[in-house]
Ligand binder design. Sequence first.
Ligand code: ATP
Length: 430
Amino acid sequence: MDEITALAKRRGFIFPSSEIYGGISGAWDYGPLGVELKRNVREAWWRDIVALRDDVVGVETAILMSPEVWRASGHLEHFFDLMVDCRSCKKRFRADQVTGPRCPACGNPTLTEPRSFNMMFKTYIGAMEDATSVAYLRPETAQGIFTDFKLVYQTARRKPPFGIAQIGKAFRNEITPGNFIFRSREFEQMELEYFVRPQPREEGRRWFDYWVEERYAWFLRLGIQSERLRRRAYSGDELAHYSQATTDIEYDFPFGWAELEGIAHRGTFDLEQHVRGSGKDLSFFDEETKEKYLPAVIEPSLGVDRACLVFLLDAYEREADRTVLHLHPRLAPIKVAVFPLVRNKPEIVELAVTVERGLRPHVRTAFDDSGNVGKRYYRQDEVGTPLCVTVDYDSLTNQDVTVRDRDTKQQVRVSIDRLPSYVRDRLDQA
Ligand code: ATP
């Protein structure tokens, strides 16, 4: 974890927020390479969950919502963690992280009783700071989907089974943020609410199983090593009272197995709560069968930042002579780096610039003419660039270039006019 955190900072993936002021706990900034990685992660999810399917539509709802939403959803009443403080060393822990009467940090038996603590960030809307103007930063993106459910199915003319997907920021005042970007206070979620008929119950169960498998396979398709990924079904007493089934997809983090994504069969709980809270009828009316019902929902929920962390950790390898990120080409921040073999031969530099400009409309590129070619390969391997292209003396006469593969280090000659289609084929094949 320390190595990934250091690499992420050194190469411009991820930095602590407001670092020049000593940082702020639980918030992170994405640098030039990190922002590309993060966009690619979102894009991979959106493409597979929304764009390539005909049963899912997307939305982007506001972070600020009526406080009534959080009363109805149960967040005002139930979204809290239990914390304990140590009277000696003043450290604070989540109650579920403490076993026994002693402080995990200093070892003294000076822990307070657990106290509950609502994890929603509170703010005020408008000029008056009083009870009537209280609002909350959303702790999950899902509620915007539930409140808009009717507007979406009517305007998009969908009927169950169908899903509504959203990517956006969420905020939780976590007691113990940490493990780099694994747990932060400001983060981003990618959530799908997939609405199904509540009866027969097997239908919901089938869709739940489908989404568990689909989401598990998604990580494998994007190159995650299968021995570091597992599905863990919740036992009866772990389930939230409204949940009919929950399975976490867990990853073998450096600090142990932990949740990467959760898939929950939430039944009709959420829509029922909003019917009660708003007094509005949110049921679905099927014109064909004349049936009216409140759909049940299956929810796969994944943190963008947590996914970025897993893709980085899983891709990271230190070999004898280099550090390499074996990122899937869809996720790599830079797809192709172009080098002129030497800097002092204008024809070569010019041709390399032309080659790089030719690739730009197709894929994310970089140009590097500093140091020797070995150093440039090293720098690109370390940030996961799948292909490096070198323009050399022979390129001037033969109009071809050397393409070198990140993982195998193999090199092939490719003619310049075929290069864009060659690159696209290579990246698509992965
Ligand atoms: P935990 O038990 O770890 O606090 P949770 O079960 O409350 O997590 P969910 O509410 O199921 O988490 O959130 C869905 C997903 O959102 C998680 O699987 C994770 O990927 C992401 N996520 C949740 N909280 C955070 C956080 N504080 N920082 C980063 N990602 C988070």
